[in-house]
Write a protein that binds this ligand. Structure first.
Ligand code: COS
Length: 384
C-alpha cells in the first residue's frame, strides 16, 4: 500500500512518463509484430508492474483499489496489449489465490507472479459456457491425492505466455450450477495440458488468447484453491468484481488518450479556412466525450474507495464497468468521426484504438451481464 500521497504521485508520474516515452512510441511495433518487445517486458519487471496489487509480504507493492485504478488510468493511455501483459498477474490470474488460497498456496505462487518471473491466466470461459459461467463442463475428479481434469477453456488471455492457470472445474457433477465448481492452480508443464492456436482477434494485437485443453491432467489436491471443494464459482465472481473495476479504469485511460489525440488533430486540421476545433459540431463531440470521461472517472474512484472500505461492491463494480466501457465505445466512435477519413486509416492511432477498445464491452462480463448483476442485486436488496 502506498502510504502517502507524495509517494503515490511519484509512482503515477513515473508510470505516466513510461507510458509517454517508452510505450506509446512502441505501439505500432506491437501492432505489427503481434508481440510485446522483450526489452519492454524487462523494463516492466524492473518497475515492479507485475506485482502492483500483490501484498508486500509476497514481493509486490500491495496497492489499494483506489491506487490501482489511478495507475490503470495512466496505463490505459497506451495500447491495451501492454496492460494485458501485466494485467493477469495483477488481477484475474492472482486474485483468486490471494483471496481464497491457503497460506502455502499464496507463499508458493504469489512471489513468482509479483516479480513477473511467470505469467498467469484465469480459465473460466468454455466453448459452451461464456456468460452462463456456472454451466461450465470441465471436470475435476478426485483420485487419491490428486484431481484429474478434463475439458477445454476458451479465449484465455495470456494463455500462451502463462506459467500457471487458475482453472474453474466441476468437482461435483451431481450439482449442475455454481455449487459444484472448484478452483485449481494448474502449472503449465503438467502432462496433458495443451494450448490451441492463438486466436485471430479484431484488435489488441500483442495480447494473446487461446484455448487451454485439459486431457487427463493430474493436479495435486494441494492445488485446490483454499483446499475446499464447491467454492470455486464464488472465488471467480469475487475475482471478477475486482477485475471489472480495473477494466473500467483502463477504459477511462483509453478514452482519455483517444480524446487527447482527437483534440490535437482538430486543432491541426484546417477546413473552410480554420482549425476544425473551432466548429461547434466538433466542439460538441469533444465536450460530450470530456464530460462522460469525467463522470466515469468519478464513478470508478467512488467504487474503488468503497471496496477499500471493505464494502461489497458487486453492484458498483458492474455499474462502473458497464458505464465506463460503453462510454469508451462512444468516445472511440466520436474520435474516429473527428478524424474524418484519416480516422479510418492506420496512420493514426485512433483506427487501432477503435478496434482495441471494443473488447472492453465484452470481456470480464458483457454489458448485458453487468445489467443482470446490477438489477438482480437491486431486487435482492429490496426483498431482504
Ligand atoms: N461475490 C461472491 N459471491 C457471489 C458473487 C459475488 N460477486 N456473485 C454471485 N455469487 C454467489 C451467489 O451468492 C451464489 O451463491 P449461493 O448459491 O450460496 O447464494 C453463487 O455465487 C451463484 O450465483 P448466481 O446464482 O448469481 O449464479 P448464476 O449462475 O445465476 O450467474 C452471473 C451469475 C450471470 C452473474 C455469472 O455467471 C457471470 O458473472 N457471468 C459472466 C461471466 C464472465 O464475466 N465471464 C467473463 C470471462 S472471465 S475474463
Amino acid at each position: 500500500m502506498i502510504r502517502d500521497s507524495e509517494t503515490l504521485t511519484i509512482l503515477l508520474d513515473s508510470i505516466r512518463q513510461f507510458v509517454d516515452e517508452v510505450l506509446i512510441p512502441r505501439e505500432q511495433e506491437v501492432a505489427e509484430t503481434d508481440a510485446i518487445p522483450q526489452d519492454v517486458a524487462a523494463q516492466m519487471r524492473g518497475m515492479g508492474l507485475f506485482g502492483l496489487t500483490i501484498p508486500e509480504e509476497y514481493g509486490g507493492l500491495g496497492v489499494t483499489m483506489e491506487e490501482e485504478v489511478r495507475i490503470a488510468f495512466e496505463l490505459g493511455r497506451t495500447s491495451p496489449a501492454f496492460r494485458s501483459y501485466i494485467g493477469t498477474n495483477n488481477g484475474i490470474g492472482s486474485i483468486g489465490i490471494l483471496l481464497d488460497g491457503t497460506p502455502a498456496q499464496r507463499q508458493h505462487f504469489l512471489p513468482k507472479l509479483a516479480s513477473g518471473e511467470i505469467l498467469s491466466s484465469f480459465c473460466l470461459t468454455e466453448p459452451d459456457a461464456g456468460s452462463d459461467a456456472a454451466a461450465l463442463k470441465t471436470t475435476a475428479v478426485r483420485d487419491g491425492d490428486d484431481y484429474i481434469l478434463n475439458g477445454t477453456k476458451r479465449f484465455i488471455t495470456n494463455a500462451p505466455e502463462a506459467g500457471i492457470y487458475t482453472v474453474m472445474a466441476r468437482t461435483d457433477t451431481q450439482i449442475k450450477g455454481a455449487g459444484g465448481i472448484s478452483a485449481f492452480i494448474v502449472e503449465r508443464n503438467t502432462p496433458g495440458l495443451s494450448l490451441g492456436k492463438n486466436d485471430h482477434k479484431m484488435g489488441q494485437r500483442g495480447a494473446h488468447t487461446s484455448d487451454v485443453i485439459f486431457d487427463n491432467v493430474r493436479v495435486p489436491a494441494s492445488q485446490l484453491i483454499g483446499g475446499i471443494e464447491g467454492i470455486g464459482f464464488k472465488t471467480a465472481m469475487k475475482v471478477l468484481d475486482k477485475g471489472r473495476l480495473h477494466i473500467a479504469a483502463i477504459s477511462i485511460g483509453a478514452a482519455d488518450r483517444m480524446l487527447e489525440d482527437a483534440l490535437r488533430y482538430s486543432l491541426e486540421r484546417k477546413q473552410f479556412g480554420k482549425p476544425i476545433a473551432e466548429f461547434q459540431l466538433i466542439q460538441a463531440m469533444l465536450a460530450d466525450s470530456k464530460a462522460e470521461i469525467y463522470a466515469a472517472r468519478c464513478m470508478v474512484l467512488d467504487a474503488a474507495r468503497m471496496r477499500d472500505e471493505g464494502r461489497n461492491v458487486s453492484t458498483e463494480a458492474s455499474c462502473a464497468k458497464m458505464f465506463s466501457t460503453e462510454m469508451c465505445g462512444r468516445v472511440a466512435d466520436r474520435c474516429v468521426q473527428i478524424h474524418g477519413g484519416a480516422g479510418y486509416v492506420s496512420e493514426y492511432a485512433i483506427e487501432r484504438f477503435y478496434r482495441d477498445v471494443r473488447l472492453f464491452r465484452l470481456y470480464e462480463g458483457t454489458t448485458q451481464i453487468q445489467q443482470i448483476v446490477i438489477a438482480r442485486n437491486m431486487i435482492r436488496e429490496t426483498q431482504q
